[in-house]
Design a protein around this ligand. Structure first.
Ligand SMILES: Cc1ncc(C[n+]2csc(CCOP(=O)(O)OP(=O)(O)O)c2C)c(N)n1
Ligand SMILES: CC(=O)[C@@H](O)[C@H](O)COP(=O)(O)O
Ligand SMILES: [Mg+2]
Length: 642
């Protein structure tokens, strides 16, 4: 029995009766309010067991209920931006029984997935796609002469992304019927930043805007209804008055009808305005104000910390129990090292596209605010901004998750690499991130960066090597340098007290052996060492090499291995296509070095779902046992040759 049921003396809950959107169609507002509280309790209880995105979901309960009452999903299309706030939508669309499996291996995704439900209209995980997706649906509907409605729900954080404005620009031009619900909770993951945010704040809090709006509505109406020869002039006057005084004018100028701001927890208002928006011709932007973490004091007071919660967070404690971590996280080592380096080198500037917390830059921002830039969810801008800082003699460190760097690909090529600028790209969450699943795995960065001229790519085997590589990167002046490191904790090694330069393109042999060479990148070095130990019990002497660099390669090592005919296994937590293994194969092919036995191990050619990182690594065979088995299967080949 749930806590809420217990509170109600075991009475049946409304939520028990809700299995699809039609189940709430006839609910009164009072019933919806009760249901909202039941859903709140459901989320708190379930997420304390599974973890997941928390504050945003608590904030959209009323909005989601109203959307599903007003719209007729799946005929009408409800499209979520980022999708981390779609849990309530999942509850209402037949998936509440799947919550114990949320973000678990083979369980329910934390994001909308078309394969999961007919109510999920667009797969998502990255920000600022919803308006483009909604417009695509709207135009397709028009072309097919269908009658459905389309609504995008986008947060104020996601609204800082350039793609959202590209889509507004297009939607306002083509004027297809669609509604954009702007869910403004004044938060991205951290506090939202930028001029758009300031503008939304003005719309929310400036009393002039609201009172002018009321007075003006009548005047503009009258002007609009005047006929004949003065009409043209008065219309112009009306438009300039509107420009000065009408709230949401920015969106109006984009060709949208602006409505709001309204209280996004008031079900009466929500239903009224959603109905109105739904029945208005052309694109409408409905500005809804919500509170992230609504109804759960700890999350409402610290929305940044409770954006997502870990397994074991608890209603009474409010957060997960603090277990003493086995080791420092790579992110923490990055952030702490960057502070030390920036204090020694005043050219260093840190940039984050809206991920200050996740990238470990909170303390840096507090200590060096003038040399810290949160640019909003704007990876493309972040890339070009970094390039220009480097042009002007600064040492930009662009801290970015592997998956979000995908957004800035052209900027990396066109603005950073062609100009060979000494930008440090600090790629966090490289490799499998786990529970966020396929949209967030850091699988592709080596493949998509390695083909770009001028760039250097390295990955440390542990947290100590990370600090040395970051030092090396900030000292490096010959061009762009990417430093990739994984999510989570390091291996718990002792940290050196002083910085040492890592020679560019040079590997490190961590275990000698001549039967086979395991060339590993990043923390896979430790997996390789474990495999080598297993192999030693079978009489196989495996050499283990910490490659350190995916580009440039340690060519002298590769030539030596080829000359001595030592079979090679490469192992990396990155897409096998285009990764380190591919690079080494290309090297041998280009140098016309034949006869090298090489078996590459990495992430296979499919998108990798959600689950714990270890489950996922096991599922793709990136563990010591599989590595040892694969290596063993190569040794007889060597013996045959001899
Ligand atoms: C392209 C991209 N960059 C960064 C992120 C990481 N991210 C996920 S949610 C989020 C904040 C979104 O804020 P908002 O849209 O206001 O939603 P809220 O969490 O406030 O409900 C960020 C930065 C992302 N998902 N996609
Ligand atoms: C939805 C989203 O993109 C972020 O909230 C992401 O889940 C954060 O991931 P980390 O927990 O790895 O910082
Ligand atoms: Mg927000």
């Amino acid at each position: 029995m749930s806590t809420l049921q217990k509170k109600r003396g075991g009475n049946c809950m409304l939520l028990d009766k809700v299995n699809c959107p039609s189940d709430i169609k006839d609910f009164s507002v009072d019933q919806l309010r009760v249901l909202a509280e039941e859903i709140r309790q459901f989320l708190i209880e379930n997420l304390s067991i599974t973890g997941g995105h928390f504050g945003s979901n608590l904030g959209v309960i009323e909005l989601t209920l109203a959307l599903h009452q007003v719209y007729n999903s799946p005929v009408d299309k409800i499209i979520w931006d980022v999708g981390h706030q779609a849990y309530v939508h999942k509850i209402l669309t037949g998936r509440k029984h799947l919550f114990p499996t949320l973000r678990k291996y083979k369980g329910m995704s934390g994001f909308p997935k078309r394969a999961e439900s007919e109510h999920d209209m667009f797969d998502v995980g990255h920000s600022s796609t919803s308006i483009s997706a909604a417009l695509g649906y709207a135009i397709a509907r028009d072309l097919k002469r269908e009658q459905s409605k389309v609504v995008a729900v986008i947060g104020d954080g996601a609204m800082t992304g350039g793609m959202a404005f590209e889509a507004l620009n297009h939607a306002g031009h083509v004027k297809s019927d669609m509604v954009v619900v702007l869910n403004d909770n004044e938060m991205s993951i951290a506090t939202n930043v930028g001029a758009i945010t300031n503008y939304l704040t003005k719309l929310r809090v400036d009393p002039h805007y609201s009172s002018f709006k009321k007075d003006l509505a009548g005047i503009l109406q009258k002007i609009g209804s005047v006929g004949n020869k003065t009409e043209k002039y008065l219309k112009r006057l009306r438009d300039s008055l509107k420009t000065l005084l009408v709230p949401g004018m920015l969106f109006e100028e984009f060709g949208f009808t602006y409505m709001g701001p309204i209280d996004g927890h008031d079900l009466v208002m929500l239903k009224k305005y959603l109905e109105q928006a739904k029945n208005t011709r052309g694109p409408v932007l409905l500005h809804v104000v919500t509170q992230k973490g609504k109804g759960y004091a700890v999350a409402a007071d610290a929305p940044d910390k409770m954006h997502s919660v870990s397994v074991g967070f608890n209603e009474k404690r409010g957060s997960a129990p603090k277990l003493k971590p086995a080791a420092l996280t790579y992110t923490k080592v990055f952030g702490d090292t960057l502070i030390k380096l920036a204090k020694q080198n005043e050219d260093i500037v840190a940039i984050t596209p809206a991920m200050s917390i996740g990238s470990g830059l909170v303390s840096y921002a507090e200590q060096l605010p003038d040399r810290f830039f949160d640019v909003g969810i704007a990876e493309q801008h972040a890339g070009t901004f970094a390039a220009a800082l480097a042009c002007a003699g600064k040492k930009p460190v662009l801290a970015i998750y592997s998956t979000f760097l995908q957004r800035a690909y052209d900027q990396v090529i066109h603005d950073i690499c062609i100009q060979n600028l000494p930008v440090v790209i600090a790629i966090d969450r490289a490799g499998l991130v786990g529970e966020d699943g396929e949209t967030h795995q850091g699988a592709f960065d080596i493949s998509f960066l390695r083909c770009i001229p001028n760039i250097t790519i390295m990955m440390p085997k542990d947290e100590n090597e990370l600090q040395q590589m970051l030092y090396t990167a900030t000292e490096y002046k010959d061009g762009p340098i990417a430093l990739r490191y994984p999510r989570g904790t390091g291996v718990g090694v002792k940290m050196d007290g002083e910085y040492k330069l890592i020679p560019i393109g040079r590997s490190e042999t961590v275990r000698e052996g001549d039967d086979v060479a395991i060339l590993a990148l990043g923390p896979m070095v430790h997996v390789a060492e474990q495999a080598a130990e297993m192999l030693s019990h079978d009489g196989v002497n495996a050499r283990v090499v910490n490659m350190r660099f995916a580009k440039p390669l340690d060519e002298s090592l590769l030539v030596e291995l080829a000359e001595r005919r030592i079979p090679i296994v490469t192992v990396e937590e990155a897409a096998i296509a285009g990764g380190l293994g591919s690079a080494i194969l290309e090297f041998y092919a280009q140098k016309r070095i034949a006869g090298v036995e090489l078996y590459p191990m990495g992430l296979p050619d499919h998108f990798i779902e959600h689950g714990s990182p270890q489950q996922l690594l096991d599922s793709v065979g990136l563990n010591a046992q599989t590595l040892a088995d694969d290596v063993k299967s190569m040794v007889p080949l060597k013996q045959k040759r001899a």
